[in-house]
Design a protein around this ligand. Structure first.
Ligand code: NAD
Ligand code: DAU
Length: 353
């Protein structure tokens, strides 16, 4: 049994779906179901006894203590977080609450549970904390990619709250010996991505005939990884990562934002041409830049490749095509997110059961 937190969000849900497709080991999925949590993403697991969904907060110590005692997981994987940089700029408090205080409370619950385990289970136990490359700050065009040795220089409320959570995880290992692993990944994309983030927003707006808002000059660089490759990296780190270590995860796919938007438009031009025969690029609109916008991220994932033999399966070309096709094939999922109907899935699929 493993306990996954945030498993109704974009990456957590992809992880749970992949895990249960490959393994017989059950998953307890603890998710608060904020606006970003979507049980419709997990609809295919509604009758799967190996998936136990619990709506709740990682900061609810009584609940987490109870779940740990009841299910006796051999590992806890912490995906739960507030994840959107723009939201963190407009309302940072939720980010401190969940990413900092929530992680702290989760660590304390896990420490209590782990400390009382019999010797063999105690040795085997792992807490894997899922984090981001944004903790390292921003690179100039000539800087080498981030390695695990880069110092932390978080610039947004989001990245500062994630950096704080990483430090807490590190300290719980150093001080209490908690067996932890941390992964710092670059920008993910793929199925079930909430359409507030760049790639799904561009696909969804393009199809709706709306403007495609590109911040500033569009020359900010992000390093893109298909979400299933992030999931395989997490599985590998859980399996064989060295205790207390951090592992950068990335696929060597640096792209300026404007190139991403052009690629999405070109794929849509091919797969679902506009009725007027013109390109979706005509919908691009340059808008005011994000305050404090980091210029460039790039991940050096050689430690993970060298030590654990991990490699991504998708190239950017194959991953972005799959992603655009997924959004075209799953218009109902997008519609339910946009209308808010996805929230009814809790009642329909789980509370009724
Ligand atoms: P997301 O916003 O799509 O999902 C977050 C999930 O956590 C949601 O289901 C939400 O309901 C849940 N949640 C929020 N607060 C909670 C709380 N207090 N208790 C329990 N559940 C709570 O985020 P995502 O993009 O899937 O990111 C998952 C993790 O991966 C985050 O920790 C994020 O920092 C990290 N990460 C994301 C990316 C990326 O590109 N999306 C890249 C690197 C790392
Ligand atoms: O690097 C990993 C991080 O990637 C994760 O830790 C975060 O959780 C995740 O949200 C993501 O953060 P970004 O800020 O990089 O992602 P976002 O999709 O919000 O933006 C990607 C880039 O596109 C960024 O430079 C801002 C720009 N952008 C974004 C949106 C939503 C636009 O130009 N227009 C937009 O409308």
């Amino acid at each position: 049994m493993i306990l996954v937190t945030g498993g109704a969000g974009f990456i957590g849900a992809n992880f749970v779906l992949d895990w249960l497709a490959q393994s017989d080991e059950p998953v307890v999925n603890l998710d608060k179901l904020t606006y970003a949590g979507n049980l419709e993403t997990l609809a295919s697991l509604a009758n799967n006894p190996k998936h136990v969904f619990v709506q709740g907060d990682i900061g609810d110590s009584a609940l987490v203590d109870r779940l740990l005692a009841e299910h006796q997981p051999r590992a806890v994987l912490n995906f739960a977080a507030e994840s959107h940089v723009d939201r963190s700029i407009h309302g940072p408090e939720d980010f401190v609450q969940t990413n900092v205080l929530g992680t702290f409370r989760l660590l304390e619950s896990v420490r209590g549970y782990w400390g009382a385990l019999p010797a063999e289970q105690k040795t085997a136990f792992r807490l894997l904390h899922v984090s981001t490359d944004e903790v390292y700050g921003s690179l100039s065009a000539s800087d080498p990619a981030f390695t695990e040795e880069n110092k932390y220089e978080p610039n947004s409320p989001y990245s500062a709250s994630k950096a704080a959570s990483d430090h807490l995880v590190r300290a719980w290992h150093h001080t209490y010996g908690l067996p932890v692993l941390t992964t710092n990944c670059s920008n993910n994309y793929g199925p079930f991505h909430f359409p507030e983030k760049l790639i799904p927003l561009m696909i969804v707006n393009a199809m709706a005939g709306k403007p495609l808002p590109v911040y500033g000059d569009g020359m900010q660089v992000r390093d893109w990884l298909y979400v299933k490759d992030h999931c395989s990296a997490i599985r590998r780190v859980l399996e064989a990562g060295r205790l207390g270590e951090t592992y950068n995860v990335g696929g060597w796919n640096e792209k300026p934002n404007i190139e991403i938007v052009h690629t999405v438009c070109a794929l849509l031009d091919q797969l679902r041409p506009r009725a007027d025969g013109r390109s979706y690029k005509e919908q691009i609109s340059f808008v005011t830049d994000r305050p404090g916008h980091d210029r460039r991220y790039a991940i050096d994932a050689r430690k993970l490749e060298r030590e654990l033999g991990w490699k991504p399966a998708e190239t950017f070309d194959s991953g972005i095509r799959k992603t655009v096709e997924w959004y075209l094939d799953n218009a109902a999922w997008v519609r339910n997110v946009q209308s808010g109907a996805y929230r009814d899935w809790v009642k329909k699929q789980y509370e009724a059961a």
